[in-house]
Design a protein around this ligand. Structure first.
Ligand SMILES: *[C@@H]1O[C@H](CO)[C@@H](O)[C@H](O)[C@H]1NC(C)=O
Ligand SMILES: *[C@@H]1O[C@H](CO)[C@@H](O)[C@H](O)[C@H]1NC(C)=O
Length: 138
């Protein structure tokens, strides 16, 4: 199946109800990331102008404690998962619960059809443990 068709199909299947605070979200499987979901509520949604700050509230229990070099990464991506801009925040080592508010900078360029994603990445284990994609249009 062609990539765009897969994207559209998954887009239509996206759960209309909410676990996350903002709707039109999915797992990161379309970007070939097999990870648990992450609970994020963020705003402003729609995303503001370039250079403005978006605020993301994260509330998530982790299956495994973070190692010494784990981060939470927020990024704006095209529909193929290529990153247009990202903001990274370090996470405390050894935690199994994230409760926090993170500032994210809106990049200069965002594709017309894009995803805003949040993911927890561990540089030591080289593993994305949690990930979510919010599907948006400019
Ligand atoms: C994030 O949390 C703060 C503090 O509880 C709240 O004031 C704000 O409205 C929340 N923002 C979003 C986008 O949920
Ligand atoms: C998701 O996060 C919100 C606040 O950011 C919180 O009120 C809610 O309980 C969380 N949901 C889950 C399933 O953890």
């Amino acid at each position: 199946m062609n990539g765009n068709l897969i994207f559209v199909t998954i887009f239509l299947l996206i759960l209309p109800f909410m676990v996350n605070g903002n709707f039109r979200w999915s797992t990161c499987s379309i970007n070939d990331v097999d990870a648990d979901i992450i609970n994020v509520s963020w705003g402003p949604d729609p995303v503001g102008a370039k250079g403005t700050i978006l605020q993301a509230n994260v509330s998530q229990t982790l299956t495994n404690p973070t190692t010494a070099i784990a981060v939470i990464i927020f990024s704006f991506n095209d529909v193929y998962g290529r990153i247009a801009g990202d903001t990274m925040h370090p996470l405390q080592p050894g935690i199994t619960n994230i409760e926090g508010t993170y500032n994210v900078i809106v990049p200069d360029f965002i594709p017309n059809s894009f995803t805003f994603s949040a993911m927890i990445y561990d540089f030591e284990l080289e593993v994305i443990s949690n990930c979510v994609l919010f599907h948006r249009f400019r």
